[in-house]
Design a protein around this ligand. Sequence first.
Ligand code: C2O
Ligand code: CU
Length: 504
Amino acid sequence: MKRHGYHWHMLACVALIAISAFAFRRPAPPPESPAASGPQVQATGETRTYELTAAPVRWELRPGFTTDAYAYNGQIPGPEIRLKRGDRVKVTLVNKLDEPTTIHWHGVRVPAGMDGVPYVSQDPVPPGGSFVYDFIVPDAGTFFYHSHVDTDDQVDRGLYGPFIVEPAEGAVPDAVVALDDWLLDASGKRLATKYTYQESETDNLLDSVSEATRPPTGGARHMMPNGMMMGGMQHEGMMDHGFAPEINGRYGDTLTANGKAGDAVAPITVPEGGTRLLRLINASNAMAHELKADDGRLLEIVAVDGTPLAKPVRTGTLTLTPAKRFDVLLRDGDGKPWALVEKRETGSLRIPVNVFGQAGAEPVFVSDAPAPLDLSKRAPDAVVAVGTDRMMDPTTWTINGVPFDMEDPGQPLARFSRGTWVKIRFMNGTPMSHQMHLHGMFMTVIARDGSPVGQAYRQDTVVVRPNESVDVAVLADNPGDWVLHCHNLEHEEHGLMTKIRVEE
Ligand code: C2O
Ligand code: CU
């Protein structure tokens, strides 16, 4: 919950940390040995070490267009971390910002003490401080890492990077592309993202959003039988314009692929007559990116949030909601170059795809994700109802009526015993979509508005549409406290978060 301004926050941070040590924060757990209590892993015995220094940087988005940003090791996205499943990784975060920070390993099933959530898994790393993250990676797939302190601000400024885990054997050549959007003026100056809430305007605004986002009749809301979001958000155009970011999230007009805009976007290659695995990561605060091939070819999604699909999905448009990762098998058709393009009213992106080199064998993707128990008849073990504090302040988001307090997370919303399958029901009582992200464990959507979904697959971030109810199954096998929040980062930072506990 942040209704105060950013500068106030920066000044108050140090004081808050000091006070909270006495007043309301329980001490962060001591560093654990890797995977001491996390998921079961077949370890390779290899250890890889990285150092990530978070610091301000002057970042060139394209020649002649630069902006003040934050970066890990001076680059946006931060350095790629690449491991094999079962490797141990040690990452030293060095904080050279003048505010606290942490790193969260999005989608990676780490032990709770390594999860990077301030006041839940660790103390924030103060300016000048450092912290060693040390864990074994239990799953192959496309993940990413990002700051989890003032997330809407620090991630917006550039603190994110790819985290790629190859299978223990049989890795295929890939290309990694992190998508982002920036809100800058013509000189490259970052525009404020912390608007002051004005009551009268916002009340009307919620009503108008409500009208505009009413789902079309006839069930068109669920564009894919498997519940994957393919057709885009109906209210996307609306969300691009005009409203305070606490409500819509922060939308920018400079779109980037791997930190570069316009002609500075690096091309990717596909071998002649062959395929290339494209690992796409949406690192935007709030934007759902929509990519198409400029020649209209179909694109084949083989994995979502790191986990291979039992059946690949072919689609003309890749819609990546915030935090979403798609692994896409790009194919050479006729030997001609093509491009992945995104065109919006407020900006565009073009990622050239060149044809180059010899084709190898066709890759095979196999999921070893455990099939969820059939929980369809069971009552939910936890209900997570998303709303706003409309009486007090509609820019404050709530779960079960309560806005999350970052500095004082309080008691968990639910407790689960370790090793059990649980059913969580999300109920969205608001006129906006939310991208509900669970830390530490995967979710499998089993029903939307009470109807079973088609293909089941594991995700760490699930879209819950306006006024929709979504049931997910979770294998609660990772002990500790885990946050569950919307990955529209403005929503996250304005209360749309809660905490669950998996007990030993
Ligand atoms: Cu990628 Cu808690 O977030
Ligand atoms: Cu949200």
